[in-house]
Design a protein around this ligand. Structure first.
Ligand SMILES: NC(=O)c1ccc[n+]([C@@H]2O[C@H](COP(=O)([O-])OP(=O)(O)OC[C@H]3O[C@@H](n4cnc5c(N)ncnc54)[C@H](O)[C@@H]3O)[C@@H](O)[C@H]2O)c1
Ligand SMILES: [Zn+2]
Ligand SMILES: [Zn+2]
Length: 398
């Protein structure tokens, strides 16, 4: 089959590789019908996540048709149409039982590496380095899915692939981002980043009762989606006279937002001196992440408010204003998304027409176009807002 492979930092290639097989009786193999590139894939592309190996198959947002099932699989059969969550969970450990699915104790065969870094490991992830299990990803024509009775959700209605594909990650991730803001009716929520995760966080914040959402980014096409599709008030943080912390204060009667969502993470951009400081330190490997947005969110939030961090951080952060977080008594929620908890309720919102997640797709491509598109995606060129791949076409000329 054809698969998108990580060959080194900044190097992606499509290769012909062996088809995946059922190796455990609880596995299934899926024929991928649609897959996507995520903001998280950029951290791999840019070399910020250790333990990638040349030839690793990328991709953790995918859906398809069940091709083969292992002998112990009860809930799926060949021909079923499914979306697969990007976190791999066993369904049986103490963490899965508490619905902390992304913290599953049993799915990461390389747990010891995570334990050395973090104390304990989270769940394994598809296509996301060897620290997270080394499982092959879904930017491919087929993919092996372990714990097939636990993760995949069957799609039995007539919704299109493009409408449900984002249940694999970014819609639940934006939704959990909003849940972690502990929203009360009428609250004001600020969202940094109008990429896919930020856009779904905005939409979800309104679903959960927010009265006003303020969204921050610099790309006009992303700010436009935030305004026109999601209903946010927007701030372009690169405009000359804009200081985000002050703008948020002005927009909230001096109080600060009730909830702040960092949907940017470790590769935050900044045109300020502080941003340059982070960039230099990260380049010199003196700092693992660029926590520019995290600092701003902590500074902006109202006293007693909630800080939610769906944006990914990987290491040790420099100059984080933790004293401000403490001084204002804020609550914090973060982490990989507990995907399995949200699949069924969010599928319902799509089937009932509350949201059509395909609104943010800007590019539809074939598999041979993927390597070039990683660069477009990283550099946010060509007004890109989300790329969807049909792995059975070489190229799509739209
Ligand atoms: N927690 C999870 O389970 C999970 C799942 C998926 C993605 N993520 C993470 O969420 C983050 C966003 O993902 P995405 O797919 O939307 O990525 P993306 O790269 O498309 O979007 C990030 C957005 O942040 C904006 N941005 C950069 N610097 C900013 C700043 N200083 N202020 C405001 N906005 C700024 C960029 O312009 C961009 O639009 C990434 O870190 C990704 O790894 C986490
Ligand atoms: Zn993702
Ligand atoms: Zn588990």
């Amino acid at each position: 089959m054809k698969a998108v492979c990580w060959m080194g930092k900044g190097s992606i290639e499509v290769h012909e590789v062996p088809d995946p097989q059922v190796v455990n009786p609880h596995d299934c193999v899926i024929k991928v019908t649609r897959t996507a590139i995520c903001g998280s894939d950029l951290h791999l592309y840019d070399g910020y996540i250790p333990t990638m190996e040349s030839g690793d198959i990328l991709g953790h947002e995918f859906m398809g048709i069940v091709e083969e099932v292992g002998s112990e699989v009860k809930k799926l059969k060949r021909g079923d149409r499914v979306v697969v969550p990007f976190t791999i969970a066993c369904g049986n450990c103490a963490f899965c039982k508490r619905e902390l699915w992304s913290l599953c104790d049993n799915t990461n065969p390389n747990a010891h590496v995570c334990e050395a870094m973090y104390g304990y490991t989270g769940s394994a992830l598809f296509g996301y380095s060897h620290i997270y299990g080394g499982y092959a990803g879904g930017q491919a024509q087929y993919v092996r899915v372990p714990f097939a009775d636990v993760g995949p959700i069957k799609i039995e209605s007539s919704v299109t692939d493009e409408q449900v594909l984002f249940l694999s990650d970014i819609y639940p991730t934006g939704y959990q981002g909003a849940v972690n803001c502990n929203i009360e009716e009428g609250d004001t929520v600020a969202v940094w980043g109008c990429g896919p995760v930020g856009l779904f966080a905005i939409a979800s914040a309104y679903m959960l009762g927010a009265g006003k959402v303020i969204a921050i980014d610099r790309f006009p096409e992303r700010l436009k989606l935030a305004r026109e599709y999601c209903g946010a008030t927007t701030i372009d943080y690169t405009e000359d006279d804009v200081t985000v912390v002050e703008a948020l204060r002005d927009l909230t009667g001096g109080v600060g937002p009730d909830g702040c969502i960092d949907a940017v993470g470790m590769e935050a951009h900044s045109h300020t001196a502080v941003g340059l400081y982070d960039k230099v330190k990260q380049t010199l490997m003196m700092e693992t992440d660029r926590p520019f947005v995290l600092r701003q969110a902590i500074q902006s939030i109202r006293k007693g408010g909630s800080l939610s961090v769906p944006g990914v951080y990987g290491g040790v952060l420099d100059k984080v204003n933790f004293g401000a977080a403490f001084g204002k008594g804020i609550k914090m929620g973060m982490g990989q998304t507990n995907m399995h908890k949200y699949l069924a309720p969010l599928l319902k919102t799509i089937e009932e027409g509350q949201i059509d997640p395909s609104f943010l797709i800007s590019h539809r491509i074939g598999i041979e176009q993927v390597p070039a598109m990683y660069k477009t995606w990283r550099d946010k060129q060509d007004a890109v807002t989300k790329i969807v791949i049909d792995p059975w076409q070489d190229a799509i000329v739209a």
